[in-house]
Design a protein around this ligand. Structure first.
Ligand code: MG
Length: 414
């Protein structure tokens, strides 16, 4: 092992020798949390603030610097729905899912097996239905694994606990909550030891992996969990989860700009912002040549750093010949939504002498708002001339300028 006097280098070298994996267990059907409008979906695939619960959960581990590999375990037959729910996630650390077993224990066991021969030294096991594992909690578990073979995240119980008779519904006693903790996941373990215990006790039905260590007489440590690290179990938990997101998520605002020019050729009308305006010429272009919508599309792509219109729809590709530019704008908006973002405002300036744009402005705003699925007052369309100067002044073509402002969740959460 390379040792240097520099603590940072030493730590990096140690980490390079011991990979940390996270197994995300999504095997259960979660019948209790089925929502009326998504009755057929297990809770981990239901939508929460724009993406499936499991996508939030995976993102938490994919973004943690302490986790090298993420191994999902899903129910057999859930491959397609898993793919839909996670298609937008970064695949660098994310392994293809493996099928779970009949019990949670079998599912974890299948996950452990899938990680064999990959130099994994520590493994964190986490429920897919807990979307709010913070980097801090993951770090707490990994750090404690430096001293213990088994660690679980937990929080102290603060409510008074009552023992109640099943038969009479009458309290039979008050449980002393001193030293009582509520177990959460992630639970972290020495990888080889957890594998050994899964093999040894494969016929025992235990509620979690820490119980395997307890059953074997080994000590299990706790580390600080987080009150927000809830498990979505009941339908009303989705309301709580939404409010946790509102409380904890931070946003940033980004602005992009776009510019486009199309020249005139002989024809009988132009399309601007999806509105056809009769004119004695038309705009030349590969698609419908909607110069205004092109500038707007580029502004939105610019705000999220997603290239430009030519990157997504190459002019060399014949399938976009004569295509309505609405497709381009829709694609840019889809990319914003895939990042949990929202278009907050856009402003377009169309520059030409003819045709007159002003009479069509309101129709253009309504059309754009409809395509972008936003309120009309978030869309501004203006027009100007260049006082007969330059190529627009000589009526050789039309140019358009746009800015777009997008609200995006800040990537790193603590
Ligand atoms: Mg163009």
């Amino acid at each position: 092992m390379l040792r240097t006097s520099n603590n940072g280098t030493e730590r990096i070298m140690e980490e390079a020798e011991s990979l940390n994996a996270a197994i995300i267990v999504a095997g259960g059907v979660g019948a209790r949390a089925r929502q009326a409008d998504m009755a057929d979906l297990p809770k981990q695939y239901q939508m929460l603030a724009g993406q499936a619960v499991i996508a939030h959960t995976l993102q938490a581990f994919l973004s943690s610097p302490h986790i090298n590999v993420v191994q999902p375990v899903i129910a057999a037959g859930a491959e397609e729905i898993y793919e839909q729910a996670t298609a937008h996630l970064d695949r660098k650390k994310l392994r293809a899912p493996v099928a779970g077993g009949a019990t949670r224990q079998h599912s974890v066991s299948n996950g452990l097996q899938a990680l064999q021969n990959r130099d994994i030294s520590r493994v964190l096991v986490h429920d897919a239905a807990r979307p709010f594992a913070t980097n801090r909690v993951i770090e707490n578990v990994v750090t404690a694994l430096g001293e213990h073979n088994a660690v679980i995240a937990a929080i102290p119980v603060t409510s008074t606990l009552k023992k109640v008779s099943q038969d009479t519904g009458i309290i039979t006693g008050t449980i002393d909550r001193d030293g009582v903790w509520q177990a959460q996941t992630p639970q972290g373990f020495d990888y080889e030891e957890l594998r050994r215990l899964h093999e040894t006790y494969h016929d025992l039905e235990l509620t979690d992996d820490a119980a395997l260590f307890e059953h074997d007489g080994q000590s299990v440590a706790i580390c600080q969990g987080d009150a927000h690290n809830i498990k979505i179990t009941l339908p009303e938990d989705f309301d709580l989860a939404e409010s946790i997101i509102r409380m904890t998520r931070t946003y940033e605002f980004r602005t992009g700009q776009g510019f486009d020019v199309h020249r005139f050729e002989s024809g009988d009308g132009v399309t601007l912002c999806g509105v056809t305006i009769p004119h004695n010429r038309r705009l030349k272009g590969h698609s419908d040549a909607d110069v205004a919508m092109h500038a707007l599309t580029d502004a939105i792509l610019g705000a999220i750093g997603a290239g430009d219109i030519g990157f997504h729809f190459p002019p060399s590709d014949p399938q976009w010949r004569g295509a309505p530019s609405q497709l381009f704008l829709e694609k840019a908006c889809d990319l914003v939504h895939a990042r949990q973002g929202q278009l907050t405002h856009c402003d377009l300036t169309i520059i030409c002498e003819q045709p007159k744009v002003n009479p069509h402005r309101d129709e253009m705003r309504v059309k754009l708002a409809e395509i972008m699925n936003c309120a009309v007052d978030r869309v501004s369309v203006k027009a100007t001339t260049t006082e007969k100067l330059g190529f627009t002044g000589r009526e050789e073509g039309i140019s358009a300028l746009a800015t777009a402002t997008v609200k995006l969740p800040t990537e790193t959460q603590t």
